[in-house]
Ligand binder design. Sequence first.
Ligand SMILES: NC(=O)c1ccc[n+]([C@@H]2O[C@H](COP(=O)([O-])OP(=O)(O)OC[C@H]3O[C@@H](n4cnc5c(N)ncnc54)[C@H](OP(=O)(O)O)[C@@H]3O)[C@@H](O)[C@H]2O)c1
Length: 309
Amino acid sequence: MKYFNFPQSKLSTSRLIYGCMRIVGDNSSADRKKGKLALHTAIEAGYTHFDHADIYGGGECESLFGEMLGELLTSDPSIGDKLVITSKAGIRGAGFPENDFTQRYDFSKQYIIESVEGSLKRLNIDYLDLFLLHRPDYLMNAEEVAQAFNELNASGKVKYFGVSNFKPTQVSLLQAACDMPLLVNQVEINIHNIDPLENGTLDQCQQLGITPIAWCPLGGVVYPAWGNTFSIEDELRIDVELSQQANKYNVEPWQLILAWLLKHPAHICPIIGSTTPERIIAAKQALAINYSREDWYRLLEVRNGQALP
Ligand SMILES: NC(=O)c1ccc[n+]([C@@H]2O[C@H](COP(=O)([O-])OP(=O)(O)OC[C@H]3O[C@@H](n4cnc5c(N)ncnc54)[C@H](OP(=O)(O)O)[C@@H]3O)[C@@H](O)[C@H]2O)c1
């Protein structure tokens, strides 16, 4: 595993983050057991950073992690200090608190603080290393969010803050209101969805020392990315190029796509969401690929289906 420090902080992270969105599966005892094994595998493989959200598995993903942490604490009382635990909030599902309420985003101070407190309880910890706003709230009042962040920080419940799925203008708006630096912007980046390369997200990250974290990094390789419009011919063309490059570097196509993300100078940290122990371990091979600029651009060109201007 490789490690690096988030700029603007004292927080050190494994370059690959383990994503906990799928760890309870369908919440059966077999799936929960599999999820726990995945967490143990990730820790043993050197992942120190675990990504959560209050809504994953309806809260069950955080609870399962808290259960695992409680068990580990008996044999290693300092385990909590060795891990970076991130959680997110701000998405309110339909039906809460009233049956007829619709899905919405909520960055009100009260909701943010209550959400963090709920996550801490489920995760079985006293503080979050990193708290992210999950999706931009169109009704965001930046000053109110800053007040929530200040209170959470002053009460020791959150060390650092960041955002997810924010556009650069939304990051700028919030950062201007906050005393504390926004450490990360967690966005979808994969071979289908390269918006962050083109809409200024990665430029802003590089300029301000914000770390981009890539969710669904394997979208377009092992499953279609969200809202993708790629035709079967597009997919085939990308598959062929990926397979050829994977052969050249002696890795699997999905490992190569991680290397494609890792190559970017903004220091993208991909989140690995597999619950298969072999894949959690094998993802680390991507860190050792010496990926060339030429191949990086060739893959982009094949993905675009046309030569660069
Ligand atoms: N901020 C946001 O809005 C947001 C949104 C979505 C996700 N996230 C975060 O990002 C994390 C990662 O997302 P993700 O789970 O979609 O990431 P991912 O790592 O791109 O995808 C994992 C999925 O792909 C499958 N997979 C992996 N390698 C495979 C292979 N070689 N062949 C076939 N299937 C393979 C896994 O199956 P197996 O489990 O069977 O290996 C799993 O279902 C989440 O856990 C969550 O923490 C954030």
